[in-house]
Structures are given as C-alpha cells and as structure tokens.
Design a protein around this ligand. Structure first.
Ligand code: PLP
Length: 278
C-alpha cells in the first residue's frame, strides 16, 4: 500500500514523520475522510473545500489548489487500486522546533492513505445504541482538526458502556456525536443542531438536509435540549463512514428507545440512490 507524502506516493515502509512535526507536538493539523464507492471518491469537492476552509481558519499555509488536492487524491486511490473504502487526508502546519508560537514560514506536511471499507448492513438495518455524555471539547468544533481528545474520550466512554457512538451535550444542549451529526425526527420534521462553532458541519449532514428538503421534508436547524430526545419519534446519526445510521436507544444521562422509523428508512434509501454505482 502507498502513502501520499506531500506530492509523492511512497511505500508505507518508506513513509516518514519528522520528530519536530507540529502535528506530533500540538495536534496542529487538519484532516478529511472521503468515502470511495466502486473506485470513485464520493463528494470529494465538498471535502476538499472543507479542508481548505479548516486550513484558513487555523491560519495555515496551503500550498495546493483544490484541483491539485483532487489530483493527488485520485493518484493515491488509483495507485492503491482502491474500489471500496476510505481516503484519509491530513495536513499539519509543518516542521519547527517545539514552540507554542508558530511561524508563518513553515511548509505544511501533507499525508494521505487509503483503507478498504464497506457498509455494515447489520448496523444500518438494526441501528446502534448511543451514549449521552458531556461535550468537553473546545469552542471551535467547526474546524476539522486532528486534535480530537474530547471526541476520543467520549468514544471510549460510549464503548465501555456497550454503545457504538457517543452523543454529546454542552450544558444541556445536544451538539453532535463523537464522529457524527445527530438528527431527530418528530411528526415527519427533521431537527438538527445548526452549523455553528459548536459542531462540525458534516458533509453527510449537508447532503442529507439537501436530500430531505428536495423530497419535501421540513428541516429545522436549531439547538435543542436533552429532554427532546425523549419526545422524538426517530433518531439517526450521519457521517461519511456511517452514512445514515439509525439510533435504537439512548443510554446514560438520558434513557429512551426508538424503533427504526419510516423517515429514517426513506432517507437511507434515497441517500443510497445518490451514491456512485458500478
Ligand atoms: N462530527 C464530527 C465531530 C466528526 O468527526 C464527523 C466525521 O468524522 C462528523 C461530524 C461527520 O462529518 P462527515 O459527514 O463530513 O463525515
């Protein structure tokens, strides 16, 4: 398997990380995960645009155009002969002796790898258990940074409690999952947290909102308190890897169950129809 290292494709054994990489000392970097279906990168322009937006928000140099990033992603996926899987793309601020203060002169380090992955049909049809916990993250969750300790700790806590995803709330307002966005359904209306600094505006979230509206569903992007979980008819999470995954129970600070309802199923079918086919 080959790794993208800056603009080169190198064998994994030959890939190299510098000890003074700011990503290593400070988690000073950004990333994207892109899904590949039947050899085609899905929604790659959305991901590339968000990657560039994350770099801007962190005042990082970006020595690549959108077109160049797209070309590098394509090269990597063809070199690795990936048909169904994920492309991981990361860029750290660069290599400098450890110092909180970054210079604006360092050259960013770009890394990319691919990984085979296919849909888990059982999870998509049977749903998952979610664990509700505190959102302990910083106030710039809109930036897709590799600094993911709040998310990582929530995920461990969820798994230790036999749940497959953590849902987080900030002072009683539900934000999102540890690596997904949350949607609730009540009387055929969809509810999700607005795309503010408190969540990552998921590409799947954006595509699902668009898809739902195209099919005459009403979508309300407003913050809601944890108690609303108890009153929802259906709940699901969205992400590049999980697509639209139903939630069948909430555990922990709030406890409730859902059946996998008609709106979730309808959107799952419609979403699958938009994916690259053979
Ligand atoms: N929210 C967080 C915190 C995430 O880490 C992710 C993806 O990893 C998402 C939401 C979903 O984003 P996307 O649909 O772009 O994969």
């Amino acid at each position: 398997t080959y790794i993208l290292q800056n603009q080169d494709l190198v064998r994994k054994e030959d890939a190299y990380v510098h000890i003074d990489d700011r990503g290593y000392y400070f988690g000073d970097g950004i990333y994207e995960v892109i899904r590949v279906y039947h050899g085609q990168a899905f929604a790659s322009w959305h991901h590339i645009k968000r990657f560039i937006a994350s770099a801007k928000k962190l005042d990082m140099n970006l020595p690549y155009t959108e077109a160049k990033l797209n070309e590098l992603i394509d090269l990597l996926l063809h070199k690795n002969k990936l048909t169904d899987g994920l492309i991981y793309l990361q860029m750290t601020r660069g290599i400098e002796p450890r110092n909180h203060l970054y210079s604006r002169e360092s050259t960013p380090v770009l890394t990319g790898f691919t990984q085979p992955f296919t849909r888990n049909h059982v999870v998509q049809t049977k749903g998952i258990n979610a664990w509700l916990t505190d959102d302990i993250r910083w106030l710039r969750c809109d930036i897709k940074t590799i600094n993911l300790l709040g998310n990582v700790m929530a995920k461990r806590e969820a798994t230790d409690n036999k749940c497959q995803e953590a849902l987080m709330h900030r002072d009683g307002t539900i934000t999102e999952g540890s690596s997904s966005n949350l949607f609730l359904v009540k009387n055929n209306v969809l509810y999700t947290h607005p795309a503010t600094n408190l969540i990552l505006n998921g590409i799947t979230r954006q595509l699902v909102i668009e898809l739902a509206q195209t099919h005459q569903y009403k979508v309300i992007e407003e913050p809601f308190p944890v108690d609303v979980l108890i009153h929802a008819d259906e709940a699901f999470i969205t992400s590049t890897t999980m697509e639209i995954t139903p939630i069948t129970s909430i555990n922990g600070q709030v406890q409730t169950t859902y059946s996998i309802g008609p709106v979730t199923k309808d959107l799952q079918t419609k979403f699958h129809d938009t994916l690259p086919k053979n």
